[in-house]
Design a protein around this ligand. Structure first.
Ligand code: AMP
Length: 287
């Protein structure tokens, strides 16, 4: 275990050291909040840290670019990595422990276990376009929850389907940790903050806010009484006109993520994924 110079943040790279420190804290009566990330931190991640601090005294942020949740065709190799700036941001947010394990520390030799999911993980949204993704996410989150045994763990609504998958898994498998979601942090023009936004060339960055604008317009239409299918049709046309190739743009039940035809059937969430050049953006909002 090492503390960087003049830092209150402790950096830990292996599970045994993590558990030793957390056991000290628990003996001292501290509560623990967990914020799992893949690093390349931005203000969205930091808003999760701030939320964690409302619910727990000691905050653990994890940085692990999890190979199991990337398909071979995806960007595991080029995913942005920026450990020193990340540590400084976490420090500035008054975090306590940064857990940044190696691949070997998380997936030891002979590793052979994956969590099988249904429910919100099998509804034809991200799962349709990223097969195996949520199994990779759920398996690593289950490991992190077992390693840390936090009182609360914080996830962003930015990855709305992921949040529902994790809530379902922790309920189904009796994890004691409370799972909390935090609203999406956005740039002034409405684009959801994402580590992958750095890949957007200037021209595409200028077009990208069309996606949240279409989500807002669609929510407004539905709230004003336009039929869901009609509102979706208008929104899909708007993002196609802005140059997006759409994977999905859907209205779903906000908890089950199952199909929903009208507002009367329950809370509605709009969820979208669309590609702009080589970058894939996902976003969602409540209706
Ligand atoms: P990632 O590092 O992309 O895996 O994200 C780590 C956590 O931060 C996840 O729970 C994300 O949902 C959350 N997150 C990512 N972007 C945002 C954002 N713009 N606002 C709030 N939370 C976010």
């Amino acid at each position: 275990m090492a503390a960087s110079p003049a830092s209150r943040v402790e950096i830990v790279r292996d599970v045994a050291s993590l558990r030793a420190r957390l056991a000290d804290w628990r003996r001292a009566g501290e509560t623990i909040g967990l914020v799992p990330t893949m690093g390349a931190l931005h203000a969205g991640h930091i808003s999760l840290v701030h939320e964690a601090k409302k619910h727990a005294r000691k905050i653990v942020l994890t940085i692990f670019v999890n190979p199991a949740q990337f398909a071979p065709s995806e960007d595991f190799g080029s995913y942005p990595r920026s450990f020193e700036p990340d540590a400084a941001l976490f420090e500035a947010a008054e975090g306590d422990l940064l857990f940044a394990p190696s691949g070997e520390a998380m997936y030891g030799e002979g590793f052979a276990t994956t969590i099988a999911l249904a429910g919100p993980a099998a509804v034809g949204l991200e799962d349709r376009f990223r097969p195996g993704h949520f199994a990779g996410v759920a398996t690593i989150v289950a490991k992190l929850l077992n390693q840390c045994r936090p009182d609360v763990a914080i996830f962003g609504e930015k990855d709305y389907q992921q949040l529902q998958v994790i809530k379902r898994m922790t309920r189904d498998l009796d994890f004691e940790t409370e799972i909390l979601g935090v609203p999406t942090e956005r740039d002034a023009d409405g684009l959801a903050l994402s580590s992958r936004n750095v890949f957007l060339p200037a021209k595409e960055r200028a077009l990208a806010p069309s996606l949240p604008a279409a989500l807002r317009g669609c929510a407004r239409d539905i709230n004003e009484g336009v039929a869901i299918e009609t509102a979706l049709y208008t929104a899909r046309a708007a993002i196609a006109a802005a140059g997006f190739a759409t994977d999905y743009f859907e209205a779903r039940h906000a908890e089950t993520l199952g199909p929903i035809a009208s507002r009367g059937e329950g809370p509605v969430r709009l969820l979208a994924a669309a590609r702009l050049g080589k970058t894939r953006l996902i976003d969602n909002i409540a209706v």
